[in-house]
Design a protein around this ligand. Structure first.
Ligand code: SAH
Length: 417
């Protein structure tokens, strides 16, 4: 059971219903501004909220369930396409936004990873990644994965695909357009911050990948563009919807943060079963604040204390992410220092060999150096794994695809609603 979560707070001020949706007859009294500017999109709403909404349109309650089913299972993009609704009502709903994005760009890596750029209602572009993983002992290798993923997206007949099964489908979602944290190794951070994503814009990313692959999404990582804890209400609203409306288990959801003072505590208070991942990247404060400007206002000792409290409150261990940058944070001494910081901590360390971005000239360490870092942590009984980013050919680092595509094809933004 999920603790009560706030819904999309950004429109709550003018709400008449829990969703903030005005009754439909008000349409005729609107000015010439597009109607979608006035009605929050339905995506992200619970079955209860949708039921209240249809009842406010003088429709029977069961239509709420139908609406829910058409939005989340059928992937309807316009309410006028809901054939089970009476024709006259359906037509009057044509302008009510469902809240789905449009595909701006799609690219697929040989390992089966698919990257998407999605165009939002105001013309902003966000990056989303679909990452399939395959049966460990099948004949699947990353090369064989390609036709399978193509089959899933309709580019290849199902029968042409070799018999390999996608075991898991993970979606890496963005929580903001751009990011204000400006981490030095991060392509998104180099591009600045535009705005928070709304709840429906996060849920849409997951539905888009699910529809494209033609199979259920099993895991979500908030590791795309943005800092989730700076958009915590919309992130929590989307987690509720992903869990209850789309059926993704909370334990399959990871929220990754660079750490915002007091916000890990706020997340802990919801007592969710999601995994918290904290981007550490350094074993001491001096190096951390060199890589992550916001760390100047958040001493490492305070961050680690908040993480300890998180473990205490939620009973869930914390994952620490640590990008390995050659010659900067990958020495055996730094591995020892990291082990000391995490001594007695219920945690897991994810080492991420750096993905090169064009804006800075950090280097990825060679595999021997990575292995020696792993061994030092293991000797100190720290749970550790190495995570190679998938789809390196397709601008793998966070925000890179968007940066390279937008510089080639600038996207016009629409009038802000
Ligand atoms: N703001 C959040 C989530 C977005 S970044 C956070 O910082 O956790 C998600 C992960 O990708 C973070 O661990 C981040 O440090 C990592 N990342 C960003 N740029 C990278 C790069 N060039 N190579 C490897 N990992 C990178």
């Amino acid at each position: 059971m999920v603790a009560p979560l706030s819904t999309d707070g950004s429109r709550a001020s003018d709400s008449h219903t829990p969703l903030g949706l005005s009754p439909l007859p008000a349409f005729s009294s609107l000015t010439d501004r597009p109607i979608r500017c006035h009605i929050p999109p339905l995506l992200g709403a619970s079955v209860e909220e949708l039921t209240q909404w249809v009842q406010a349109q003088q429709q029977p309650a069961y239509r709420g369930k139908q609406l829910h089913q058409w939005i989340y299972q059928q992937g309807v993009r316009s309410l006028s396409d809901i054939s089970v609704f009476p024709k006259s009502w359906r037509e009057s709903l044509a302008e009510v936004p469902v809240g789905r994005s449009n595909l701006h760009y799609r690219t697929q890596a040989p390992d089966g990873t698919v990257k998407y750029l999605l165009r939002l209602a105001d013309g902003q572009i966000v990056e989303t990644v679909g990452i399939p993983s395959f049966e460990a002992n099948s004949k699947a290798d990353w090369g064989a994965a390609l036709p399978v993923a193509r089959a899933a997206t309709g580019q290849l007949a199902e029968s042409d695909a070799p018999a390999v099964d996608i075991q898991r489908l993970t979606v890496c979602v963005s929580s903001q357009v751009g990011c204000p944290m400006a981490c030095d190794f991060c392509a998104t951070g180099k591009g600045g911050f535009q705005r928070n994503l709304q709840r429906h814009e996060i849920v849409d990313q997951v539905l888009t990948v699910q529809e494209d692959f033609g199979r259920r999404v099993s895991n979500i990582v908030f590791m795309g563009m943005g800092e989730p804890l700076l958009n915590i209400d919309n992130v929590l609203g989307s987690v509720r919807s992903l869990n209850q409306d789309i059926g993704i288990g909370q334990r399959g959801i990871t929220i990754s943060t660079v750490g915002i003072p007091g916000h890990i505590q706020r997340l802990a208070e919801h007592r969710l079963q999601v995994t918290l991942a904290v981007s550490l990247h350094a074993s001491n404060q001096a190096l951390r604040q060199q890589l992550i400007p916001s760390a100047r206002q958040y001493p490492l000792s305070d961050l680690l204390q908040e993480c300890r409290d998180y473990v205490q409150i939620t009973g869930r261990r914390v994952t620490f992410e640590y990008i390995l940058l050659s010659g900067l944070n990958d020495s055996p001494e730094q591995a020892e220092e990291l082990a000391n910081q995490l001594r007695g901590f219920q945690s897991h360390v994810n080492l991420i060999p750096y993905n090169p971005i064009s804006e800075v000239d950090y280097q990825r360490p060679d595999p021997r150096r990575v292995q020696s870092f792993v061994k030092t942590l293991q000797k100190r009984k720290i749970a550790v794994s190495v995570r190679y980013s998938r789809g390196l050919e397709a601008d793998a680092a966070c925000g890179q695809l968007r940066a390279s595509q937008i510089s080639q094809n600038p996207v016009p933004l629409m009038r802000d609603c």
